[in-house]
Design a protein around this ligand. Structure first.
Ligand code: IPE
Ligand code: IPE
Ligand code: MG
Length: 243
């Protein structure tokens, strides 16, 4: 494997553990979410420094509406705070921001903040930060099918590439590395279609504590993996051919 392939082009992260981080400190869950935003900004910068082209983070799932109303509204207001606090900084650092998810269900204020973040950073190319917000992997597959049907795509023309072109992450390659913090070992309806061949790394670190040490550990783990995509290891092919 060459050195270029050892740095993933696309890293996807389930930023989990904010609530437990706050609870350990006898603080309200919102405090954990607030610290989680700071961890996200640190991580975007660290990924850009390491040459990662795409970072996609799970910020609010289709199922997170089932949380208590105060927590949901706290998370919505945090979007507004985070955009006003960090947008100019990230824009100045060459970060392009994309939002993926169902924007029809969020408030006008949140939608306007996301629109502004995308508009302000549209010309940036150093790293693309995609924030999955009101996102679900199943939602994504269904909305892609709906778009394909609405566009009149005949059934025999609907192959993987065609359906992929209607998915929310159609502007990015599939994630090479999937990281979940917070100790749970599950996908929780994140990028179901796109993680087909991602390398999975699960960390017990709670998201507000995530930093360069944890990122570099995940990247080292990734670099040691043998990605086969269904094929036989190339070294084994060479050995057998020479035998
Ligand atoms: C992840 O942290 C952030 C969101 C889901 C918005 P959690 O809020 O799920 O934190 P834990 O898992 O309860 O610790
Ligand atoms: C996944 O975390 C969603 C986000 C990080 C935004 P959850 O905390 O919602 O996942 P479950 O409920 O433990 O599966
Ligand atoms: Mg959680």
């Amino acid at each position: 494997m060459d050195t270029v392939a050892r740095v993933p082009r696309h890293v996807a992260i389930v930023m989990d553990g904010n609530g437990r981080w706050a609870k350990k400190r006898l603080m309200p869950r919102f405090f954990g979410h607030k610290q989680g935003v700071d961890a996200l900004v640190r991580t975007v910068e660290a990924c850009a420094d390491r040459g990662i082209e795409y970072l996609t983070v799970f910020a609010f799932s289709s199922e997170n509406w089932k949380r208590p109303t105060e927590e949901v509204s706290g998370l919505m207001s945090l979007v507004l705070v985070a955009v006003s606090k960090y947008l100019a900084k990230l824009a100045g650092e060459g970060v392009r921001i994309r939002i993926v998810g169902d924007r029809s269900q969020v408030s006008d204020k949140v939608r306007a903040a996301w629109d502004e973040a995308e508009r302000t950073t549209a010309g940036n190319r150093r790293i693309t930060l995609s924030v999955a917000f009101n996102y679900g992997g199943r939602w994504d597959i269904v909305q892609a099918c709906q778009q394909a049907i609405a566009a009149g795509v005949p059934a025999h023309e609907l192959d993987e590439a065609k359906l992929g072109s209607y998915m929310a992450m159609n502007f990015a390659p599939d994630p090479d590395l999937f990281i979940r913090t917070g100790g749970e070992v599950r996908i929780s309806n994140f990028l179901l279609w796109q993680v087909a061949y991602s390398e999975l790394v699960f960390s017990d670190c709670l998201w507000p504590e995530f930093g360069t040490v944890q990122l570099d550990a995940a990247l080292a783990d990734y670099a040691s993996r043998d990605r086969r995509f269904g094929r036989v290891n190339s070294a084994d092919v060479a050995t057998e051919a020479g035998a």
